[in-house]
Design a protein around this ligand. Structure first.
Ligand SMILES: Cc1cc2nc3c(=O)[nH]c(=O)nc-3n(C[C@H](O)[C@H](O)[C@H](O)COP(=O)(O)OP(=O)(O)OC[C@H]3O[C@@H](n4cnc5c(N)ncnc54)[C@H](O)[C@@H]3O)c2cc1C
Length: 524
């Protein structure tokens, strides 16, 4: 996939008379639908208004999990389904998904028994997809597994295995897989209206956000996979529709790895607001979160509330030897959970089910909402089954259970190129061709100038933000480092995309404004 392909794909959207299915939204859900539809042989188009995973799908806790806390809440069916999907994600994208040990610190023998019993049930539910048994750790073993965690009152711990991944890179690899399966997949194209014939949905009006050009596109079926934006599309379908989604904001802070230098992640099973809090090693940093704050409005760049950051710092400080302060926060990011709104108003989003829902509109619009990153494949399978049910396309079996995702490989070299999976070989060849590609972008990160060029040529990156937020994950890891890198990245993009000086400067200005929101006020 390269930039020429984007142009080729734009040509294909104006020359295709009718699509079997148009998918609106390029997050985990929409991209999963595109892979599923294309691999069943459907003529598939996916349109994303911004970059792939710009929304919630780049802002997760990075867990591929059944959801231990949903088990505690009694949602066995959801956990069972998610554990199967966890296993399939590891199988199909082993370059981005890995097993991760989590340790729950215990302060009494009762706690050890309580957590290990629950986690044995978790292991049992995983069946053949189990990642390995949960075990009780002695005080010494727990101390070793949780370096950096205060061990004063510690009596031991319980260790269990779950999965961890790079969310935005998996989204990108899903886009690449969908294209390889025959789909047309475009970022920076918005759906701005729906078209109907005799009261039934017959297509969409889309706009290329780079050129402003509009397209009228016909389709047998349209899927609304727009996360917290689903109600906007439902409103295009039927103005004044009752909202389906109740967004809930989750915030993470990122700290230096030295706060918890262990390989294991910390799982705090019960915070003062009755949630769980994770501290997870990720890309050589420590991601700590999250919160669950009901929110009434939504946009692509939600802002962390002061009290959410305070809560995370306070809770982490109760467990870590070195209490993190505001000045230690390298980056802060917020995401919105597209939770299906409950029929009864409870006010507490942690009580809203995380199961996905498919809603059918009278016009034929298929809306998919709720769920988790981990269950994206099953959500897609259910959505495309619905497409086949309501069109004349005939039954076609879903094949994604065993479909390798772009980049899939078990070969690892324990360097940052592992995240490119099987693309790493071609990338390294490209880097070796030109010494100008081998310059470090920043002393704190291993990323090289050539990786920017690669991302523009091969990964549909269009902006500084696409590169620093979602191809290389620097903005999420260390916002100041991302700001430092931006001018060099801007020059590289300018050359690759042939941008004018004005366009480059505008990109730089936009990125600087955006990146400063990932820094806490005290760190600016
Ligand atoms: C804080 C937090 C932590 C989480 N942690 C985990 C975790 O560890 N593990 C896990 O499994 N799940 C986790 N989740 C859940 C998971 O991230 C989400 O369920 C998933 O990312 C939702 O994906 P989506 O595609 O439905 O939505 P999104 O990723 O938001 O994608 C929707 C896309 O639609 C696009 N769009 C909207 N309107 C239009 C339009 N008109 N035209 C074109 N495109 C449009 C948007 O730009 C957006 O990119 C977490 C969620 C949050 C908020």
């Amino acid at each position: 996939m390269n930039t020429k392909d984007r142009n080729a794909q734009l040509v294909s959207i104006s020359t295709t008379a009718e699509w079997d299915v148009i998918i609106i939204g390029g997050g985990a859900t929409g991209l999963g639908c595109a892979v599923d539809a294309a691999s069943r042989g459907l003529k598939t188009l996916l349109l994303e208004q911004s970059d792939f995973a710009k929304g919630t799908s780049s802002r997760s806790t990075k867990l591929v999990h059944g959801g231990v806390r949903y088990l505690a809440a009694g949602d066995v069916q959801l956990v069972y389904e998610a554990l199967r999907e966890r296993g399939l994600m590891l199988q199909n994208a082993p370059h981005l998904v890995k097993k991760q040990a989590f340790v729950i610190p215990c302060y009494s023998s009762f706690e050890k028994i309580k957590y290990v019993v629950g986690l044995k049930l978790y292991d049992w539910l995983a069946g053949k997809f189990s990642f390995g048994p949960s075990i009780i750790l002695s005080k010494n073993k727990a101390k070793l597994a949780l370096k950096g965690v205060n061990s004063d009152r510690l009596k031991g711990g319980v260790e269990y295995l779950d999965g961890q991944f790079d969310d935005a890179r998996l989204a990108l690899n899903l886009a690449q897989t969908a294209i390889e399966q025959g789909a047309t997949v475009l970022n920076y194209v918005s759906v701005c209206d729906l078209e109907k014939t005799d009261g039934l949905l017959s297509g969409v009006v889309a706009q290329d956000n780079e050129t402003g050009k509009k397209y009228s596109l016909k389709a047998k079926a349209v899927i609304n996979a727009t996360g917290v934006f689903v109600d906007n599309i439902l409103d295009m379908d039927k103005p004044g529709s009752k909202p389906l989604v109740k967004p809930s904001q989750g915030v993470h802070i990122v700290l230096d790895r030295s706060f918890m230098p262990s390989e294991s992640a910390l799982m705090i099973p019960e915070t003062s607001d009755g949630r769980v809090l994770f501290a997870v090693p990720w890309h050589n940093h420590l991601v700590v979160g999250t919160t669950d704050t009901p929110i009434d409005s939504h946009n692509l760049e939600p802002i962390a509330l002061q009290e959410e950051v305070d809560f995370i710092l306070q809770t982490a400080g109760e467990y870590l030897d070195r209490k993190p302060q505001k000045e230690d926060v390298l980056s802060v990011f917020a995401g919105l959970r597209p939770l299906a709104a409950p029929t009864k108003e409870t006010g507490k989003t942690k009580e809203i089910s995380r199961s996905h829902k498919i809603i059918l509109s009278k016009t034929g619009l298929i809306t998919i909402t709720g769920g988790k990153w981990t269950t994206y494949r099953k959500m897609a399978e259910d959505s495309i089954n619905q497409v086949l049910k309501q069109t004349n396309l005939g039954f076609r079996k879903c094949v994604t259970k065993n479909l390798a995702i772009h980049g899939s490989t078990h070969v690892k070299n324990a360097d940052h190129f592992d995240y490119y999976g099987s693309d790493a070989t071609r990338l390294k060849e490209m880097l070796n061709e030109n010494p100008a590609f081998q310059i470090l972008l920043h002393p704190k990160f291993p990323y090289l100038t050539g990786e920017v060029v690669w991302a523009v040529k091969n990964e549909m990156a269009r902006t500084i933000e696409d590169i620093l937020a979602r191809r290389l994950r620097v903005l999420f890891l260390d916002a100041q480092a991302a700001l430092d890198m931006a001018p060099v990245v801007a020059n590289l993009i300018q050359t690759e995309l042939g941008l004018s000086e004005d366009m480059k400067n505008k990109q730089l200005q936009n990125f600087n404004t955006l990146a400063s929101r990932y820094l806490l006020e005290t760190n600016k």
